[in-house]
Design a protein around this ligand. Structure first.
Ligand code: HEM
Length: 414
């Protein structure tokens, strides 16, 4: 079978933007994967990757980057400055951050954040994460039927990030609003008014951060903020880079973690054998988190732009092409995973790609892991009878993220 597919009869965007797909993408992804691991959408010139092996090669190649200015048909095309000035401004303002940069700028920016995200450094903020988790769980103690997203999964990562960035708690509502507006940037389903809203949020947040770093007084040594501010003061990063990378902590680190907790809890509550196993042996949370990430990844698409021509399976992906890894298919590739459609919280090894791969692999992964480990263990310990109390509702307004709007649960059986 050809390991590459170029077909005109598959209309990729209509297929993946329909309601059925957004509610449950896996059956369609499986059918597409059977046709081949890489598809070229002739209409848009975009390469969709569904194979685990192929995506690994692409994501780790130095010929593949994340700078969307190199995308042949993308926003940076000068014509777009005239035809869609809002998008042009939005993407320009959002550009100066490590996730959007190729080498050497990417490595320079990442090095400023690297130390604070090492597992040992992240372990030192465990007491803070536990404190925030306990505070939220205390508030739940008096209630029984709740929406786990609104009452727990959404506020926890927001509070953790706010503490990490040393932003006061009275900014939580603003941060929540900024996060909700900015997360949609880059999604093909983004409407014109959402682009305007995102541009405003971007500017407000940067304005806030400009003052925040100006008046920042270090409370401890070796914090993330200390590294960021000294990189700014000694000219290692300019102001735009400093503010955009700080802002990206919220964009990259908030909703992704909300989704890990929400999607993971839903998967667990729908598999009572796995739930009982985890409650009886909480140490399994280590492998369970990776399995939640594999089985129900919040981020559906990981992009690359070809910096140079890239040869794979006998074909050439030309310079300037956009390549999108379809994580929901890649993480269930039967050539890589046994019983890929089964949730197995003891799965090991578990080479899922939900955190990406190569030089851009998620820097915040140790934080997301620690946070969700604490969240799951504490919830299951305090409320071992937790169960679904209604139908969860998926958000259907985005293509590149799959997360829950609501997750109704009953904390205890009366
Ligand atoms: C479950 C939670 C998370 C998931 C699933 C996730 C996923 C990802 C993915 C897919 C990438 C791109 C990787 C690639 O292109 O190969 C990425 C990059 C990144 N993530 Fe995360 N992320 C999560 C949590 C976080 C957190 C908590 C933070 C920070 C507070 C964070 C900060 C970043 C940054 C800064 C990058 C860019 C890294 C680079 O370009 O070198 N992420 N993440």
């Amino acid at each position: 079978m050809s390991r590459f597919l170029e077909r005109e009869d598959i209309d990729w965007w209509s297929l993946i933007a329909n309601k059925n797909y957004l509610e449950n993408p896996y059956p369609q992804l499986k059918e597409l994967q059977k046709l081949g691991p890489i598809h070229l959408d002739k209409k848009t010139g975009i390469y969709f990757v569904l194979g685990h092996h192929e995506f690994g090669l692409i994501a780790r190649s130095s010929k593949m980057g994340r700078d969307t200015r190199l995308w042949r048909d993308g926003w940076f095309n000068p014509d777009n400055k005239v035809s869609d000035p809002t998008s042009y401004e939005l993407f320009s303002e959002f550009q100066s951050q490590m996730i959007m940069m190729n080498e050497p700028d990417h490595g320079r920016m990442r090095s400023v954040y690297q130390q604070a995200f090492k597992p040992s450094a992240v372990a030192s903020i465990r007491p803070m994460i536990e404190r925030e988790t306990d505070l939220l769980l205390e508030q739940l103690a008096a209630t029984n039927d709740i929406d786990l997203i609104d009452n727990f999964a959404a506020p926890l990562p927001l509070r953790v990030l706010r503490n990490l960035l040393e932003i006061p708690a009275d900014m939580d509502q603003d941060m929540q609003r900024w996060s909700a507006s900015l997360i949609k940037i880059g999604d093909v389903m983004m409407m014109q008014e959402q682009k305007v809203e995102a541009l405003l949020a971007l500017r407000e947040f940067k304005y806030y951060l400009r003052d925040h770093i100006k008046y920042y007084r270090a409370s401890h040594q070796n914090t993330l903020m200390n590294s960021v501010i000294s990189a700014f003061e000694n000219g290692f990063m300019n102001e735009q880079e400093t503010l955009t990378n700080l802002m990206s902590m919220l964009v990259a680190g908030h909703e992704t973690t909300v989704t890990l907790i929400g999607n993971g809890m839903l998967a667990l509550l729908r598999h009572s054998d796995q739930r009982n196993l985890l409650i009886s042996d909480p140490i399994l949370i280590e492998t369970a988190i990776d399995e939640f990430l594999r089985y129900e990844p919040g981020g559906n698409m990981i992009l690359r732009i070809a910096i140079e021509d890239f040869e794979l399976n006998g074909i050439t992906i030309p310079t300037g092409s956009m390549v999108i890894g379809m994580v929901g298919a890649i993480n269930r590739d039967p050539l890589r995973f046994n019983q890929a459609d089964i949730l197995d919280i003891q799965r090991k090894p578990n080479p899922h790609f939900t955190y990406g791969a190569g030089i851009h692999i998620c820097i915040g992964a140790p934080l997301a892991h620690l946070e969700s480990e604490i969240a799951f263990n504490k919830i299951l310990k305090q409320f071992p009878q937790i169960e679904l109390s209604g139908e969860p509702i998926w958000r259907l307004d985005r293509l590149n993220a799959r997360g829950l709007k609501t997750l109704p649960v009953r904390l205890r059986i009366n």
